[in-house]
Design a protein around this ligand. Structure first.
Ligand code: PMP
Length: 429
């Protein structure tokens, strides 16, 4: 029974790696954006931004099996898939801006390595990051993660080399409206100046081009360009963490930084790259990688293994062949307009953030004060589960519904989700 399996898990596996549901569904199979539990119940998967091609894609299964039978070994050997994947990644990026790829196993590792590279290249240990963001769980990635949704005690043990800028959130933050980007940038530049004057000039700036953990909240226009310029003028390096937002999930752009018309020095990527298989990448310039030359080689036993590189190539091929960024744009627009229509009937919906299949529905108790409706968000998620939809709250206030399904998400699934959400909200009101 489910209970027996859960009890076994409780006795043998650390509770630190938790579930969202107290009584988690026991999923046995997946197909496209659908999950099927041990009793044969179907659910719509609204929260899986790892399996971008959809669960159980046959092309990935075939490529993985073939490569596994042929050869899977550590990254010390030469094999074509590593070069192929690196070339293919560089082709998706602005011409001439990047020429060095390093493969790792996860987003956390990509961020950790990016921080190490930026520190070596800039010669400066201090890092600036923004509030309410998440970059991973290793010692260094956790140090620059400021979101309290994954770690309620974030910040209590923050090392002195980490400096936190305000979250540039034009819906809820200090600056709102169209001039918010310039205002947040002014604040950030003034703080960068203060840190330099006090002997801790920033060597690395790391941020997402859209805050994933907060529910796809836009970084207001003008902010990243101005902050990138200021960090670079002070001798620092800028990192765009694309682990959630990258790979065409937003539809219009393949990489999140493109919507800000900026080019970072280092890009970190993972999640979507392997469609669920562990793989991540740091993409940068040769001169930045060279800064680590006197620190030995960068070696990861399985990072860029034969298998993960082959899977990486296959995933990118399928993603582009099936035009999943185009699907994310089209179906994302259906979802967005449907959610905006629901917002007119349901006062609980305070805002619909994001675009493409990178959306967040922020629930509030009062449209003027924007008081976060966290309890209501949990009730909605529980009810959606009964209705056959796996949903989850996100954000530091626990009041944003995460809408980041596999990128093959269909128009019929969008209609099903909107109907279920309509029912759940109507019952609550
Ligand atoms: N950066 C961002 C923006 C993320 O969203 C995540 C994962 N949620 C990570 C880094 C860490 O990636 P991983 O879980 O693969 O270690």
């Amino acid at each position: 029974t489910d209970e027996a399996t859960l009890a076994r898990r409780a006795r043998s596996y650390s509770p630190v790696q938790g579930h969202y549901f107290e009584d988690p569904p026991r999923i046995e199979r997946g197909w496209r954006e659908h999950l099927i539990d041990v009793d044969g119940r179907h659910y719509l998967d609204m929260v899986n931004n790892v399996t971008v091609l959809g669960h159980g894609h046959p092309a990935v299964a075939r490529a993985a099996e073939r490569q596994w039978r042929l050869l899977n070994t550590n990254s010390r050997f030469h094999y074509s898939a590593v070069a192929e994947l690196s070339e293919r990644l560089l082709e998706t990026l602005p011409t001439g801006a990047f020429d060095a790829v390093l493969l790792v196993n996860s987003g956390t590792e990509a961020v950790d390595l990016a921080l190490r590279l930026a520190r070596a290249f800039s010669g400066r240990p201090d890092v600036a990051c923004v509030a309410e963001s998440y970059h991973g769980w290793s010692l260094a990635a956790d140090a620059v993660s400021t979101s309290t949704s994954d770690n309620p005690r974030a910040g209590e043990t923050r090392p002195s080399w980490v400096h936190v800028l305000d979250a540039p959130n034009a819906y809820r933050g200090r600056h709102r409206g169209t001039a918010a980007g310039a205002a947040y940038a002014r604040d950030a530049i003034s703080r960068l100046g203060d840190w330099a004057a006090s002997g801790t000039p920033i060597g690395t700036f790391i941020a997402e081009p859209r805050n994933g953990n907060a529910g796809g909240i836009a970084v207001p226009p003008g902010y990243l360009g101005a902050v990138y310029d200021a960090v670079r003028a002070g001798g620092g390096v800028v990192v765009s963490d694309e682990v959630q937002v990258g790979y065409g999930r937003q539809g219009e752009v393949f990489w999140g930084f493109e919507e800000h018309a900026v080019v970072p020095d280092i890009v970190t990527m993972a999640k979507a790259m392997g469609d669920g298989h562990p793989i991540g990448a740091v993409i940068t310039r040769g001169e930045i990688v060279d800064a680590l030359a006197d620190q030995g080689t960068v070696f990861s036993s399985a990072g860029g293994s034969t298998l993960s590189a082959r899977i990486g190539v296959t995933v990118l091929d399928v993603l582009l062949e099936e035009d999943l960024p185009g699907n994310a744009r089209r179906v994302g627009e259906l979802l967005r307009s449907g959610l905006i229509a629901l917002a007119e009937q349901h006062p609980l919906i305070g805002a619909v953030h994001g675009r493409g299949l990178y959306l967040g529905v922020e629930l509030v108790r009062d449209p003027v004060t924007r008081e976060p409706a966290d309890t209501e968000t949990r009730i909605v998620c529980d009810r959606l589960r009964d209705l056959g939809v796996i949903e989850q709250p996100t954000g530091d206030r626990g009041n944003v519904l995460k809408v980041k399904p596999p990128m093959c998400f269909s128009a019929a699934s969008a209609a099903f989700f909107l109907r279920a959400l309509d029912i759940a909200l109507a019952e609550l009101e």
